[in-house]
Design a protein. Structure first.
Length: 110
C-alpha cells in the first residue's frame, strides 16, 4: 500500500465512519464509503484500549500487510476504514489474515 492510498484527512476519516456502510465480526469493523475515483483509499484504526504504542503499531503493520496481500478482494471506487477490536490480540497473524479475508468476502461491498 502506497502512501497515496492512505486516508489522511481527519474529516474524511470521520465521514467514512459516520456516513459509510459497515460490516463487522468479533475482531474487526470495516466501514466503507463509495467515491468517484477508481483508486481505493485505506485507513486503519486501533484504539488506545488495545495496548501500548508498540502493540498498536504492530497491529497496524500486520493489517496493512494483509491488505497488500489481498488487495484484489477490495472492490474499486471505495474508501475503507478498518477498525481493530480488542479481541484481535488473541489471534495469530495467519488466523488474523483468515478472519479479515473472510469478513471482506462475506460483506457484500458494492
Amino acid at each position: 500500500m502506497k502512501k497515496r492510498d492512505i486516508v489522511r484527512s481527519n474529516i474524511l476519516f470521520n465521514d467514512i465512519i459516520n456516513k459509510g456502510k459497515r460490516i463487522c465480526n468479533k475482531y474487526f469493523l470495516i466501514c466503507y464509503l463509495k467515491k468517484d475515483f477508481i483508486k481505493n483509499n485505506y485507513g486503519i484504526a486501533v484504539g488506545k484500549k488495545i495496548g501500548n504504542a508498540v502493540t498498536r503499531n504492530k497491529l497496524k503493520r500486520q493489517v496493512r500487510n494483509i491488505i497488500i496481500k489481498n488487495i484484489q478482494l477490495f472492490p474499486n471506487y471505495h474508501n475503507y476504514i478498518i477498525i481493530c477490536k480488542k479481541e484481535v490480540l488473541e489471534l495469530s497473524y495467519l488466523k488474523m489474515e483468515e478472519v479479515l479475508v473472510s469478513l471482506i468476502n462475506k460483506g457484500e461491498i458494492k
